[in-house]
Design a protein around this ligand. Structure first.
Ligand SMILES: C[S@@+](CC[C@H](N)C(=O)[O-])C[C@H]1O[C@@H](n2cnc3c(N)ncnc32)[C@H](O)[C@@H]1O
Length: 236
């Protein structure tokens, strides 16, 4: 199948020159904004689900879209509890209804809940990761892996601070810990993420993603359009 996704259009040809200054500023500041009620509710609901298990490793699939990768990760890591998080109700409500993974358990949306039931070892929830990461950090969850697959790139130079590695949230991602994997079809995004991690005294590894079975709809769309993707992996 041929895709028709256009490659990234940007006025930025290299790592943003303000990136070091921005990352260092965030390292010195503390986020004191109140947590939004719907993310607090989602966190409480998913914490109650986690509490029904004996201590198990937790895998986060942040900005999971429709949660296809959440399901795939849950299959790949059956001993872990995998949580997919996305702020879009439209996206998470599509969970389990895509052709690509028909035959798996369908997502079921419990009434009054931000949580979509997945298989036995995963859930997909509606929450804003900016607040959710702060709650996970404070609760000290045993996160062993953290995936951030194809986050919105915000490719205009003026949008740099909207990228996760140039936001205040990077400090929460670092504190949560685990093995981080970030993928993008924009190489500069990945190089910038690696630069930000290095500035925070981490040792990231950048590589081109070998194309096989795509694990998310965006990945599939890019590869079907002849684009490459890159990733950064880092032990936090
Ligand atoms: C480009 S899509 C990628 C989705 C999926 N990972 C994939 O590869 O198919 C980016 C996703 O990030 C989600 N997102 C953006 N900001 C978010 C936030 N603050 N909290 C939670 N999700 C967010 C969007 O709703 C969207 O589903």
């Amino acid at each position: 199948m041929q895709g028709n996704s256009r490659s990234i259009s940007t006025n930025q040809q290299d790592i943003h020159d303000k990136l070091p200054e921005i990352v260092l500023r965030h390292q010195r500041s503390v986020n004191q904004k109140p947590i939004q009620p719907h993310t607090e509710a989602a966190f409480q609901q998913i914490s109650a689900w986690l509490a029904t298990f004996e201590q198990r490793p937790v895998i986060l699939d942040s900005c999971c879209g429709i949660g296809e990768s959440t399901w795939r990760l849950a299959e790949q890591y059956p001993d872990a509890l995998v949580i997919g998080i996305d702020k879009s109700a439209v996206r998470i409500n599509k969970h389990g209804k895509q052709d690509e993974y028909q035959g798996t358990e369908k997502g079921q949306h419990a009434d009054d809940s931000e949580v979509i039931s997945g298989g036995s070892n995963y859930r997909v929830i509606r929450a804003d990761v900016i607040d959710f990461w702060r709650l996970v950090r404070a609760a000290n969850w045993p996160v062993t892996k953290h995936f951030l697959l194809y986050p919105n790139p915000y490719p205009k130079s003026a949008q740099v601070q909207k990228r996760w590695h140039a936001s205040a949230s990077l400090q929460d991602v670092l504190a949560i810990g685990g093995e981080l994997t970030v993928r993008s079809n924009w190489q500069i995004y990945i190089e910038e993420f690696a630069t930000a991690l290095t500035l925070c005294a981490k040792s990231p590894r950048v590589s081109q993603v070998e194309q096989g079975v795509a694990i998310t709809p965006f990945e599939r769309k890019y590869w079907n359009s002849g684009q490459q993707s890159w990733q950064v992996n880092c032990s936090l």
